[in-house]
Write a protein that binds this ligand. Structure first.
Ligand code: PLP
Length: 395
């Protein structure tokens, strides 16, 4: 008998990681994972950058380094934000092992057992898992096609004094929903005067293929005078360079940063210095924006194929979101239908997705599911969706 900590009792293995194991069978069409398309990994450019870093700066690249991260990389991130209209000082940036580490550090720094944490409903599974280890009380806030419900947010802020509000305003994982600009500004105003920290997770912001860039909620807080001391903005290189390199960052004000740096020191001293320098060299020497434009164009074609297939192959009572970017769309089946039994039947026909209930903290969403469109080409999407529609019709 092994005695584990209490916190392990309420958190389980990620359903998606388990599905991903099943999906290694190459004959399965998988819409389950959240994988970028490997066709676009800049392998040659990164090889060049790695060679250059090791030959020119090998001694320092292989040495221990500062917790905050490689200063030129922090400057480069600030510069890229500025080009998109977001003001962040390099010293407000902490380099992470993927933005997932930011969620872990934020949870460690803010959540005591029983604290209230606001999440969108549905929300990102690995954030629910990560926060769950610190035993909070989750309060789920409904999302509509324009973002989080402001009345529900306002009410929760008033009655629960939550520690955190975790939001994914751009092409949310799992739903593909984005906040309108008005909703971002309303969210900022609703948060003003509360003690709640906004954790704004933005892994997909640069993969917008429809419409124009919208300000982050953090930017709205700066512009409407609420201030950004209670905002943590997360970003990552996973979707625009490579997820395997595990490099992301967070932006936070001085006091919050101080605590996050302590938590990061305790966790891992610092992120991989060699990787940071390679990515920095890559950002300085390659046509990164041209590369991101190619990803956007391909994902748009893939998204169009998937949305088109939902309309062409499924009956009207099945609806889906029409994301303006990112990697996922969200399908809703008629009330009473089980996406889990749809999943089991689909897997038998060698096509997978993620049943939606995994993304809800309150056990709802039984008739919903998440479909990934970034990791399959158009022909595979059309074939897989047609196959899925036959499984659906047989149900
Ligand atoms: C909403 C969201 N947050 C965070 C992450 C973690 O990304 P990273 O690879 O930067 O750790 C993901 C990955 O899919 C995500 O979808």
């Amino acid at each position: 008998m092994v005695n584990f900590a209490h916190r392990m009792a309420s958190v389980h293995r990620s359903f998606i990681r388990e599905i991903l194991k099943a999906a290694v069978d190459p004959t399965i069409i998988s819409f389950a994972g959240g994988l970028p398309n490997p066709r676009f990994f800049p392998v040659r450019e990164l090889e060049e950058a790695a060679r250059s870093v090791l030959s020119r700066d090998g001694d320092s690249a292989l040495q221990y380094a500062t917790t905050e991260g490689y200063p030129p990389l922090r400057e480069k991130i600030a510069e890229r934000y500025a080009a998109r209209g977001t003001k962040v000082a390099p010293e407000d940036i902490l380099i992470l092992n993927g933005s997932q580490q930011g969620l872990d550090l934020v949870a460690k720094v803010f959540i005591d057992a029983g604290d209230s944490v606001l999440v969108e409903s549905p929300s990102y599974l690995a954030a629910i898992q990560c926060f769950g280890l610190f035993e909070p009380h989750f309060r789920a806030l409904p999302l509509d096609t324009g973002g989080v419900s402001i009345p529900a947010l306002t009410e929760a802020l008033r009655t629960e004094s939550p520690k955190l509000f975790y939001a994914i305003p751009n092409f949310q994982n799992p739903s593909g929903i984005s906040y309108t600009e008005a909703r971002r500004r309303e969210t900022s105003r609703a948060m003003a005067g509360s003690t709640t920290v906004l954790v704004e997770d933005d892994p997909y912001g640069e993969i917008r293929f429809i419409g124009r860039d919208l300000p982050s909620i953090r930017t709205c807080m700066a512009e409407d005078g609420s201030g950004t001391e209670r905002a943590v903005l997360l970003g990552t290189f996973s979707k625009i360079v490579s997820p395997g390199m595990r490099l992301g960052w967070l932006c936070a004000g001085k006091d919050v940063m101080e605590n996050l740096v302590v938590a990061k020191q305790a966790a891992d001293l610092h992120s991989n210095e060699l990787t940071q320098r390679i990515v920095h060299r890559y950002l300085c020497s390659a046509d990164v924006d041209g590369y991101i434009a190619r990803i956007r164009a391909a994902y748009k074609r893939q998204r169009d194929a998937m949305v088109g297939a939902v309309h062409a192959f499924f009956p009207k009572e099945v609806s889906c979101t029409e994301p303006e970017g990112g990697m996922f769309l969200w399908m809703t089946l008629p009330n009473g239908m089980s996406a889990l039994s749809f999943f089991e039947k689909a897997l038998a026909q060698k096509v997978t997705f993620v049943p939606g209930s995994a993304f809800f903290t309150d056990g709802s969403g039984e008739n919903t599911l998440r479909l990934n469109f970034s990791n399959c080409d158009v022909a595979t999407i059309e074939a897989g969706m047609e196959r899925l529609s036959r499984v659906y019709a047989a149900m």
